[in-house]
Design a binder for this molecule. Structure first.
Ligand code: BES
Ligand code: ZN
Ligand code: ZN
Length: 462
């Protein structure tokens, strides 16, 4: 059955007055709104809570409604911009419309490629409003599209998305968008001495690659390099991971998905920015050819690294990308990676950790607070730096400490940051996926970082 519904907004008195409306009553996770389905009306009840309404609550509410209606195969839902913005007076009207449309599309997101019995269905959101209001809605849809692209990449299986196919997917994604896609193959990696990528990729049947996405929205703006960890599956290598189900390790390219999503959004919105995205791509596999614990990698900048643990592979490939960002003469460098289990222990699954430049970290936190990619500034504790010392190389890829694993990973990366660049490192291991659908999140990949890095890039390009 496919009916169209109209979304209206009411005050909380409606709950008690309409006790007969038993059809559907649900509290949003944010606890701010209840939604009731009555006939062809979908009523969002704005509760008189003391806590201020946030854009995140708007996104979550829209996501909950969209998922519910899509599940009921409702073709379209109508909402008037005026009614929507009246219902939520404390927020900027444009931001509110964008958030609602963004939350809507993300809430209806499904990854059903491997469920032949399920057809993805999304209730179309129809907003009645003027041209300016429609622009705000379109922006929300674009933000959702970019984030959904990141989700799709992360959810995809590792036999389908691997270092040989990933560059092709990106070529297709950016065709005709004004983004140049440079794919550096194994020969080029050798020429450029990307020895971290070459070494980590040695155990895989798939040849490693390095992709550069170049977008010159405004060449006069400072060059921002966005670096994403692209490990298409992390078995741990010879330091093999153990555990019941390692399926989630197909998402160890979450950083790559984030920067590709950010670039999608920046290009789509014709952002006046100057960006290069750098993605080292490998599959971390054990094999007779794989890197062995104890081997030493010599990097192009002269540093040597003992591979104390082949499962600390992310930092080994990001090191090459940081050196490369220096060759590009990037003024700002932000790398993002599903880097450490330790960040999950520290911050849990609701927010990422950001390390590096204190002022920029604070800026990034503010951006995440608004756009939903929540993040918390973390310290690079100098006293822990010597824990990366090696007996026979300049440094080890694992710390001798048994604690502070996300900090020592950040300290490792810092040694490769080119002089003169302002740098941030985002560890998104805790936020790469959700264990259940809620708000505007589906179960599984979150698409974290696409919005965060796009908005951050725009922020530093003002
Ligand atoms: N990809 C993992 C980190 C990870 C863990 C991502 C959980 C998502 C969820 C990374 O390559 C890794 O294995 N890190 C090790 C580092 C250790 C060997 C120093 C870790 O965190 O245990
Ligand atoms: Zn690993
Ligand atoms: Zn990894």
């Amino acid at each position: 059955m496919s009916t169209n519904v109209k979304i209206i907004f009411e005050t909380d008195s409606l709950i008690t007055e309409n006790e007969t409306v038993k059809d559907f009553v649900k509290n949003s996770p944010a606890g701010h709104c209840s939604v009731l389905l009555e006939g062809t009306h979908y009523i969002v009840v704005k509760e008189n809570k003391k806590t201020p309404l946030t854009l995140e609550k708007v996104r979550s509410t829209a996501g909950n409604i969209a998922r519910d209606l899509s599940g009921r195969k409702v073709e379209a839902a109508e909402v008037s911009a005026e009614v929507l913005t009246n219902g939520f007076a404390e927020l900027d009207n444009k931001d509110l419309l964008t958030a609602f449309a963004e939350g809507w599309d993300l809430g209806a997101y499904q990854f059903v490629a491997y469920k032949p019995s399920v057809t993805a269905f999304k209730t179309t959101l129809v907003v009645e409003g003027n041209a300016e209001e429609q622009d705000s809605v379109t922006l929300g849809k674009n933000r959702a599209d970019a984030t959904s692209f990141s989700r799709d990449l992360m959810n995809e299986l590792s036999n389908v998305l691997n270092p040989e196919t990933f560059p092709e997917v990106l070529k297709q994604q950016f065709e005709g968008t004004g983004v140049d896609v440079n794919v550096l193959d194994k020969d080029k990696l050798e020429e450029l001495e990307m020895n971290g990528v070459l070494t980590v990729g040695r155990g895989s049947t798939y040849k490693p690659a390095f992709v550069e996405l170049v977008y010159k929205g405004d060449e006069s703006k400072p060059l921002v390099a966005l670096v994403g960890k692209g490990v298409t599956f992390d078995t741990g290598g010879i330091s093999l991971k153990s555990g019941k189900d390692l399926s989630d390790m197909r998402m160890d390219m979450g950083g790559a998905a984030a920067v590709a999503g950010a670039m999608t959004l920046l290009a789509k919105t014709k952002a006046q920015v100057n960006v290069v995205v750098l993605i080292p791509m490998v599959e971390n596999m054990p094999d007779s050819t794989a890197v062995l614990p104890g081997e030493v990698i010599k990097y192009k900048n002269g540093l040597t690294v003992q591979v104390g643990n082949t499962d600390a592979e992310g930092r080994l490939i990001l090191a090459d990308a940081l050196i490369r960002a220096g060759e590009w003469k990037a003024e700002y460098i932000v790398n993002i990676a599903t880097l450490t289990g330790a960040v999950v222990a520290a911050l849990g699954t609701e927010l990422g950790g950001v390390f590096g430049d204190a002022e920029l970290s604070a800026d990034m936190k503010k951006i995440g607070d608004i756009n939903g990619d929540f993040i918390w500034p973390m310290p690079l504790v100098e006293a822990y730096d010597s824990s990366l010392d090696s007996d026979y190389a300049d440094m080890n890829n694992i710390s001798s400490l048994s604690v502070a694993g996300s900090i020592t990973a950040g300290l490792f990366l810092r040694r490769f940051v080119p002089k003169g660049s302002k740098w941030l490192h985002v560890d998104m291991a805790g936020v790469m996926d959700k264990s259940k659908a809620s708000g505007y999140y589906a179960k599984s990949a979150t698409g974290y970082g696409a919005r965060l890095l796009a908005d951050f890039t725009t922020h530093v390009s003002k």
